[in-house]
Structure formats: structure tokens, C-alpha cells
Design a protein around this ligand. Sequence first.
Ligand code: SF4
Length: 120
Amino acid sequence: MERKEMICILCPLGCKMQVHPKPGKTSELSVRGQKCGLGIDYAYDEYTNPTRTVTSTVVIHNALLPRLPVKTDKPVPRDMVFKVLEEIAGVELTGPVEIGTVIIKELLGTDSNLVATRSL
Ligand code: SF4
């Protein structure tokens, strides 16, 4: 695995970190540049299994607004984000929809559900 530069996004300081496997120990990472221990956990997750919570909107009919805000209730693998957005793009609902309603269960075979983030 190669050396990566990344910015910790867990707080406004935005520490710039250098991350690479320790020589001879591919399962252990060397992390530099973080100002606190949270950065190490962030760097490890981002290096080994980057994930993202996806937020978007879907079409809703018979409602006050034309689009309903939605998000994944768990992060999905980062390389699936565009596939998730494609899947979401085809969704059309009819109101009313309550906040927290599951719009798509186990999105694209993941353990993440797409849920409404407001009532509409
Ligand atoms: S490493 Fe710590 S101080 Fe730096 S951005 Fe992350 S959370 Fe903030």
C-alpha cells in the first residue's frame, strides 16, 4: 500500500496527515500530522475502508415541496457513492412521508437504508 496524504475532517482544525504502512508491517499504519488521537482512528478507517454517508433528495408528489431530503442511515463504501446516487435518482414518492421512513431498505445490498430526513 502506498503513502497517502489526507486531511482529518473530524474538527475544524483539519489536520493534514501523512499515512503509510509501517515498514515490514502492512497491517500497522504510521500516521503523522494529527493533533489528537481521533486523527489516528480517522486515518486508519479512511486508509483501509473509506465510507461516506450519502445525502440527497428524491422526487415527491402530492407534497408541499417537490423534493424530499433523504440520507443513508449508515455510511456506505466510498466507491459505491455514485451507484447509490444513481439508485436514488430513480425514486419517486407520493406524500405524505414521515421523517425516518425507510425509502429503500438495504440499499444495493449494503446494510444501509435510505431514510427520509424530514416529514413532507
Ligand atoms: S486530528 Fe484531532 S485535532 Fe486534528 S482535525 Fe482531527 S480531530 Fe481535529
